[in-house]
Design a protein around this ligand. Sequence first.
Ligand code: 5GP
Length: 114
Amino acid sequence: MSDKTLFQKIIDREIPAGIEFEDDQCIVIQDINPQAPTHLLVIPKQVIARVGEAAPEDAALLGHLLLVARDMAKKMGLEEGFRIIINNGPHGGETVPHLHVHVLGGRAMLWPPG
Ligand code: 5GP
């Protein structure tokens, strides 16, 4: 049985996804169950389960993910604003144990989030 995470299988093209961007450090895909008109996931190729388990040496990668998220928001035309979310653990709403940054936009977001 494969020990790969769902997102590793997408990175390795074993599972199809709407790929919006890719570089040597990350891939950006369309969320399969979008919660806004634009809902992207920025996923590092290096497997970090969740931000709570990131190490100090992951700082540059974490920063890169945020800058890619920012660039994707611009590319998708989210001039009115966007939201970046990282869910962590059961109470954070995490369902896939491979770090990913949600980028949501295209509608006004609510605050506080549910
Ligand atoms: P989490 O709940 O862990 O923060 O986010 C996981 C996200 O992955 C969810 O928004 C969910 O809709 C998305 N997702 C789950 N399975 C798939 C899949 O097979 N393909 C894609 N593109 N997204 C997925």
